[in-house]
Design a protein around this ligand. Structure first.
Ligand code: PRX
Length: 638
């Protein structure tokens, strides 16, 4: 797909921001260290990653750093034995981190819970024992359908500790989405909460679980563990449903950590693709822990006194890698918030920073754009002087919002790390370090040990300023290893277009200085408020409505969320178009896919543009919408 024409015109940003002398002197990776790392990674790429692995504890060291004998099924640290939880928790209990806070959690109503490393360790052990008592063991899949609670972190770690595989399903997903994920993973146990607080209301999570489990596809589930969080009546189905508190009450706070192979699966996380059902991205213990530990230390410059506030929900990869695993691996203190960022008013995020003394804030452009609307008075009213570093992820950061964050939150002192990565990459790939010269809107350059490029359709690097496909040219430790139950899809989606290279599915360009600018997805995937959702999923949800005969969905620009969906719909005979039906369809999509799937507009059509072979040409609808050229239309039916 050639999008370069439109892309060349985007983002002409010329401002640059230099790191302050203090940052240059104090960063974990100084300019000199960065030059050395770059040289080392160039000369001895495997040696570079081997050094990163040496920063962690292993039960047994590897015989090989990278096994690339069967590409694209790469293996890292083969022969090694480890468990990510040993590094995230166990080893801190015999270090000065033992009594340090691991987690500061805040509920929407303002209630807080704080757990030291030792306390978290004991809670994880209790739940690990409880899981074992339920018959869950190595390799079994456990689905977590949870709001952001301390128990979410505990359940993730307990699952990994006993060698089982977690699959966290974002609490904003629908019963249907949950059922699909449970069925694909054939999970035996589900952990959920009775409800949680969001925007002043109680969300009845347990009812959604019940609906998901009502289908035959989810018959694999034997046990549902329910964390009590909200004041509400949960319907418990005995003997399937058990309260979390009842389960852990008599369990000992000691529990053995399973010795895993480095390549054993740690978790599955489902993400939307261009076609078909969501893909179960597979991550492993060894390489993943090396990648996320190394990158949080370097990019977020973790110091012993840091308090790290990541606004991502644990249901997304950002929550997995940089709200749970990496902070704990690095022995830092993390802040987690349950509720809506505007509740009870637009200063909640700033008030959390102030009250907990956060030093690092990692968030999304959508949230910044949302908060920006309320004006700089909100951050100004709060003491944000503890902040020393800011981070962004998930979508292109428009320079206007970048500069607002830099000035009004970061006092023009805190560098902004705009980190490009994906569910599949597991860890930061293209990102500044604190010492990097910043250009608002650019994710700057690949990190040491990462080789990225922008290619044209024929596989040649594009000249500066031209748009093309973003690729990664060498394997990296935290890379996903496969798609669950779908190895052919793994090969075809990511490794076939350019043999030997990873196709990210993003369009990017490089500038004269080699800085990368991410333009958006190159496939039929929307990024709504930083959350991926496939046109295929949206269209099939539309088709599930009785009024709809055909549907095509395209992304359209949105001031706050970056992108949202617009649908073109052909109705069945007898269905009546009009605002009532639009409203009903929007509600239907929300029910089918959850609130993540924001549909801005529905347009009724007599027919949709199609190729002679009957494929919908979304490209033409997009061109109509933006007023740009549609490109090659020779395959269009009359
Ligand atoms: O399009 C890119 C966008 O988010 C996609 C990955 O989505 P997901 O797997 O859900 O992971 C999001 C959090 C890591 C990418 O293909 N994306 C991610 N980070 C950036 C970004 N777009 C622009 N700038 C970023 N920093």
């Amino acid at each position: 797909m050639d999008q370069s024409g439109t892309l060349d015109a985007l983002l002409q940003e010329e401002r640059v921001f230099r790191p302050l002398p203090r940052v240059l002197a104090e960063a974990n990776v100084t300019p000199q260290r960065l030059a050395e790392d770059m040289a080392r990674a160039q000369e001895d790429y495997l040696g570079y990653w081997e050094d990163a692995a040496e920063e962690l504890d292993w039960f047994k060291k590897w015989t090989r750093v990278l096994d690339d004998s069967n590409p694209p099924f790469y293996k890292w640290f083969t022969g090694a034995k480890c468990n990510i939880v040993f590094n995230a928790l166990d080893r801190h209990i015999t270090s000065p981190n033992k009594n340090k806070l691991a987690l500061i959690w805040e509920g929407e109503a303002g209630d807080t819970r704080k757990l030291s490393y030792y306390e978290l360790y004991r809670e994880v052990n209790r739940f690990a024992n409880a899981l074992r008592a339920q018959g869950v063991g190595r390799g079994d899949r456990v689905v977590l359908y949870m709001p952001p609670l301390p128990e979410t972190v505990i359940a993730m770690l307990a699952t990994a500790k006993i060698g089982a595989v977690h699959s966290v399903v974002f609490g904003g997903f629908s019963a249907k989405a949950l059922r699909e994920r449970i069925a694909d993973a054939q999970a035996r146990l589900v952990v959920t909460a009775d409800g949680f607080y969001r925007n002043g209301r109680v969300v009845n999570l347990k009812a959604i679980v019940d609906e998901a489990l009502a289908g035959r596809e989810a018959a694999c589930v034997e046990t549902v563990v329910v964390v009590h969080r909200a004041t509400m009546q949960a319907d418990m189905t005995e003997p399937r449903d058990v309260w979390y508190a009842d389960l852990v009450r008599h369990e000992k706070p000691e529990s053995p950590t399973e010795v895993m192979e480095a390549e054993d699966t740690l978790f599955l996380l489902y993400t939307s693709g261009a076609t078909g059902t969501p893909k179960g991205v597979v991550h492993t213990h060894g390489g993943y822990m090396v990648g996320v530990h190394h990158t949080i230390r370097n990019v977020f410059d973790i110091k012993p006194t840091d308090i790290f506030y990541c606004t991502a929900d644990p249901g997304w990869i950002t929550g997995h890698s940089y709200a749970v695993y990496a902070p704990l691996l690095a022995g830092t203190t993390m802040v987690m918030y349950e509720g809506h960022p505007l509740y009870p008013q637009a200063d909640r995020v700033w008030s959390i920073v102030e009250r907990h003394g956060a030093t690092i804030l990692y968030t999304t452009p959508t949230l910044i754009r949302m908060l920006m609307r309320f004006g700089k008075e909100y951050p100004r009213k709060r003491d944000l002087s503890t902040l020393r570093l800011l981070g962004s992820v998930g979508e292109p950061f428009n320079p206007e919002a970048w500069v607002w964050l830099f000035k009004h939150v970061g006092r023009s002192e805190c560098p902004i790390m705009d980190t490009w990565w994906q569910t599949e990459t597991g860890m930061f790939m293209i990102s500044p370090l604190p010492v990097t010269l910043l250009k608002p809107g650019s994710v700057t350059k690949p990190l040491p040990g990462i080789e990225a490029d922008v290619l044209d359709e024929a596989g040649n690097p594009v000249p500066p300023g031209k748009g093309g496909q973003l690729v990664i040219k060498k394997p990296w430790p935290a890379m996903f290893r496969n798609l669950y139950n779908a190895p052919e899809r793994y090969v075809e989606t990511y490794w076939t277009k350019y043999p030997g290279m990873y196709l990210a599915g993003d369009v990017a360009r490089k500038d004269e200085d080699g800085y990368f600018w991410i333009q958006g997805r190159s496939d039929d995937v929307l990024v709504i408020a930083g959350h991926r959702i496939g046109t295929a999923e949206l269209e099939s949800a539309f088709l599930a409505h009785k009024a709809v005969a055909e549907a095509a969905v395209i992304p359209v620009k949105d001031k706050i969320r970056g992108e949202v969906a617009k649908a073109f719909v052909v109705l069945n005979e007898g269905a009546e178009e009009g605002p009532e039906l639009v409203k009903e369809l929007k509600e239907h999509i929300r029910r089918e896919l959850g609130p993540v799937a924001v549909v801005k507009a529905v347009e009724f059509r007599r027919e949709l543009p199609k190729t002679r072979s009957g494929k919908i040409l979304r490209r033409i609808l997009k061109a109509e919408e933006t007023g740009e050229a549609a490109g090659d239309v020779s395959t269009l039916e009359d």
